[in-house]
Write a protein of this length. Structure first.
Length: 246
């Protein structure tokens, strides 16, 4: 009775392990298919993984990965051991002929379970590594896309700023040209003012010269009149004497 209970507990444990590994394998397949959906972008997966709910899990994702990896490696090694143990045992039973046919069936059943566990745990272990790599790549691609969008926004902003600066530079050049034209006009006006001043000084000098010549002419006229009067007086004073001598 004890042996039957032990066998039943062992079968229950083996069945539970097989069910757990099978469920884990199906979960891996489902997650891999979800990651392959074309309408779910890497950016959205990254948002899901970095959400507040998943943040608790992702904080311990390395430990969880190591735990699952260790369990799968142990189960994979155990399945290899069982395959090594039960491979060829059915032939030995046939050769001895001392065991009942149920013993051979039992050995074949254990061998089948070992082979099943070998494939299930092997595929689960392989998908676990693949899924971890896929999740890392999805996260990296999402970060690269975010960086690309940020760089694109910076490039657009820099382009707009460059366009604004070019427009401001063109406006500044236009103002500079207008300022140069205005300065040239002011320079010409100053030159004209200087010419006007020079002309005014020349006109004043000419006026002064004309006034001096007028005064000199008046003086000469007065001097001429005085000399003419003296000459007349001399003639008048000389002519009466001449008359007496005659």
């Amino acid at each position: 009775a004890l042996d039957e209970a032990t066998k039943s507990s062992i079968k229950a444990v083996v069945s539970t392990q097989s069910t757990g590994v099978s469920g884990f394998l199906y979960s891996e397949i489902a997650l891999a298919l979800c990651l392959c959906l074309p309408w779910v972008s890497c950016k959205r997966w990254h948002r899901i993984f970095t959400s507040s709910i998943m943040g608790v899990i992702t904080a311990y994702v390395n430990w969880i990965f190591l735990c699952f990896l260790s369990c799968l490696v142990v189960l994979f090694a155990d399945s290899i051991r069982e395959m090594y143990v039960y491979t060829g045992q059915d032939k030995k039973v046939d050769i001895t002929g001392s065991a009942s046919p149920s013993a051979q069936e039992h050995i074949l059943m254990r061998l089948f379970r070992a082979q099943r566990n070998f494939y299930i745990t092997g595929i689960s272990l392989f998908l676990l590594v693949i899924l971890r790599t896929m999740l890392i790549r999805v996260s990296q691609i999402a970060k690269l896309e975010a960086n690309g969008e940020a760089i694109h926004k910076q490039a657009v902003s820099a382009g707009a700023m460059n366009k604004t600066l070019l427009e401001e530079n063109a406006a500044l050049k236009k103002l500079t040209a207008e300022k140069e034209d205005l300065l040239e006009d002011i320079k010409q006006v100053e030159e004209l003012k200087e010419k006007v001043k020079v002309a005014e000084r020349k006109a004043e000098q000419s006026k002064a010269d004309a006034e001096a010549m007028r005064k000199q002419s008046e003086n000469l006229t007065m001097e001429y009149d005085r000399l003419l009067k003296e000459h007349q007086d001399l003639q008048d004073s000389v002519m009466p004497g001449d008359k007496k001598d005659d």
